[in-house]
Design a protein around this ligand. Structure first.
Ligand SMILES: [Zn+2]
Ligand SMILES: [Zn+2]
Length: 655
């Protein structure tokens, strides 16, 4: 219990009075739950709500549990210090129904409670006014059934590779209630957490914050103690129990606090040998991310890894749970310490704040610590995955906010979420500014939560632009554009037209910057960027030399498909700009010529050298216009062709 708290005097209710109140209260609640079909949906509704209507603020959790790496059974208590933010006649925490709750106390005194439907409802009588500090302790024991689901609050698994058994917790998105009594509201971070876990003497426990001196209870049991004083979201509170050795080092990013890195790996010399080099990569990544995202947020405590036999990783604050030590997994979970932990998504619909940036952290680690080409190769997998289906949004729709499978949809939340960050970097087109936006967002939402809209606010402010359109189409909108690009070379201008269709019916029109690489006749190259704000838009780009080739999005920044990029066929360009307009064959010997590079012919005139007009027999429309010249005598002419925007005169020889 923290020593800085002094409780307000609590009125002790008389025994008989207490019984009466509790009986009536229990009846009304039992009735309520029956009639409105109260189910676990209550917990899930709470979990993604934007506003916290619980009426209290969690200050401190103290988990005091007995557990082991043999199975998921637990016994002990959760202590929760809360401050009432409005008058309260009850307080509700979530705790899975499979646990047996033996008692609940309020400030050390027995309380009346109900435990059903995964909720512990605690009666407050009399009502407590706003501002009251209360300490609840919920005593429970039992074990939840193991479902084999990845998303399970507490799990036990065996590594055949290393012959290790581990009990680990994984509470994201809202499964903390499967191992401790929790308030599962993202916006209410606990100010501090203590985690005490009593295990058999030969087991270790890894957790959040700083390890305290363990307490040897007797010859066979030891209590491991961890404390963290950084604000923490409920789902980042963790414990992992196994047979571990430590592999630790300190990293000193330039101009910042040294960071203690504490790794719990299986207690086997071969494991350290196997993973050591990979784990060592953490040092460079910590330096890199501190530079890109701002100083490591938890340097006063540590960063850590704990190994467990499961597929993937989990960014438990200051102690990531690791299924392996792949370069990208280390980068991902480390990136989460800024995006997810320091700043937590404000709703599960905004999981992009966590996973989009963690995914992009992988790219950044490869780009900056290996090289750009390798990063691009890595990114292609994501691009292909995203394009493998036509729709789907990064923002999780309301209908998906209760479904971990949708929240953590790999294609949309991770791949497309990361690609969104990449495209934003391209739109900003200034890495200094791009990373400044990231750092400012992280700073502004430090130890709190943020949404996609919160990010846009910072983005607009720092760039002095309005990126609402970008988020409308890439965050809230689904799908991607499919492009047909046409271009024409003029003597001093290159014309580029961008035609777009959506990847599915009803897909938004995608605005954005289109980058082109022009190859010039003199062999040089020029990069141009144009902003497309409407469909079928044409761009006249002044250029010093003739253009012989145009490549669209040559670095593949934009999430898209390209149907075609071709020369000729730009609609509505003044003809005098159309260097590609040509007549053939020349001379015309068969009584006709073809006219190419002209799309909307409105007038054709044939003029001889004396300035007289001549009739042509017919004009046949098409990709190549066919002009019937059978009426013309052999000689030299000027062929004048016009469309609605202008005309061009071309020499014509008839034999
Ligand atoms: Zn709080
Ligand atoms: Zn992640």
């Amino acid at each position: 219990m923290p020593t800085f708290i002094s409780y307000r005097p609590h009125v002790l209710a008389g025994f008989l009075f207490f019984i009466q109140i509790s009986w009536g209260w229990a009846q009304s609640h039992l009735h309520t739950t029956e009639t409105c079909g109260h189910t676990k949906a209550w917990a899930q509704r709470l979990a993604h709500q934007e506003t916290d209507d619980t009426g209290f603020d969690v200050k401190w959790y103290f988990l005091d549990l007995e557990a082991s790496n043999a199975d998921v059974s637990l016994s002990g208590s959760t202590t929760i210090l809360v401050e009432a933010t409005s008058a309260l006649d009850e307080v509700v925490f979530e705790l899975q129904r499979d646990y047996d709750v033996s008692s609940v106390t309020i400030n050390g005194r027995e309380a009346v409670f109900l435990h059903e439907l995964d909720e512990v409802r605690i009666l407050l009588a009399p009502e407590e006014p706003a501002g009251t500090l209360m300490e609840f302790e919920i005593f429970y024991s039992g074990a939840i059934p193991i479902t084999g689901n990845f998303f399970q609050g507490i799990n036990n698994a065996y590594s055949a590779q290393w012959d290790q058994r581990v009990t680990y917790t994984l509470s994201e998105p809202y499964n903390a209630y499967q191992w401790f009594a929790a308030k599962q509201v993202l916006t209410d971070k606990a100010d501090s957490v203590w985690i005490h876990v009593t295990t058999p003497a030969d087991q270790e426990v890894a957790s959040n914050g700083i390890r305290q001196e363990p307490e040897i209870l007797d010859e066979v049991r030891v209590t491991h103690k961890w404390k963290t004083n950084y604000p923490i979201a409920y789902y980042l509170i963790s414990m992992t129990i196994g047979d571990y050795q430590e592999y630790n080092f300190t990293v000193e990013p330039e101009g910042e606090n040294p960071i203690f890195v504490q790794n719990y790996i299986y207690d086997d010399p071969a494991v350290l040998e196997f993973y050591r080099e990979d784990i060592d990569e953490t040092a460079d990544m910590l330096k890199l991310f501190s530079e890109l995202f701002g100083a490591y947020p938890f340097s006063g405590e540590k960063y850590g890894h704990v190994q467990a036999p499961f597929g993937g990783g989990m960014e438990h604050q200051t102690m990531s749970l690791m299924g392996n030590f792949n370069f990208t997994l280390i980068a991902h979970e480390l990136g989460h310490q800024w995006f997810g932990d320091y700043v937590t998504c404000g709703t599960w619909q905004d999981i992009w704040i966590n996973e989009g940036f963690a995914r992009y952290s992988e790219y950044l680690a490869i780009e900056k610590l290996i090289d750009r080409a390798t990063a691009e190769e890595w990114r292609q997998d994501d691009v292909e995955r995203i394009l493998s289906e036509n729709g789907g949004t990064v923002f999780v729709p309301e209908s998906g906010a209760d479904l971990p499978s949708r929240i953590f949809d790999f294609r949309l939340t991770y791949s497309k979420g990361g690609q969104l960050v990449h495209m934003l970097r391209h739109e900003i087109n200034d890495d200094d500014l791009f990373f400044r936006v990231l750092r400012e967002f992280v700073q502004r939402k430090a130890f709190a939560t943020g949404t996609g809209d919160d990010f846009v606010e910072v983005l607009n402010e720092l760039t002095e632009q309005d990126f609402t359109w970008f988020f409308e189409q890439w965050y809230y909108g689904g799908g991607f554009p499919i492009y047909d690009i046409t271009w024409e070379d003029g003597a001093d201008t290159v014309w580029i037209q961008s035609d777009q269709t959506g990847s599915y019916n009803g897909a938004p029109f995608f605005q954005g910057t289109l980058p082109f690489r022009l190859t010039l006749e003199n062999g040089g190259q020029e990069i141009v960027r144009v902003f497309q704000s409407e469909n079928n838009q044409k761009f006249a780009i002044p250029i010093s030399d003739r253009v012989v080739d145009v490549e669209f999005d040559y670095e593949n920044w934009i999430l898209k498909e390209v149907n075609s990029v071709r020369r000729g066929g730009v609609v509505g360009i003044p003809l005098e700009y159309r260097a590609s307009a040509k007549i053939y064959p020349q001379p015309a010997t068969g009584g006709y010529v073809h006219l190419e590079g002209i799309s909307s012919l409105s007038r054709v005139q044939v003029i001889d050298l004396q300035g007289r007009f001549h009739q042509i027999s017919s004009v046949q429309e098409g990709e190549r216009w066919r002009l019937d010249l059978s009426r013309l005598q052999a000689g030299m002419y000027q062929l004048r062709v016009e469309d609605e925007l202008g005309g061009v005169s071309l020499p014509l020889v008839v034999r």
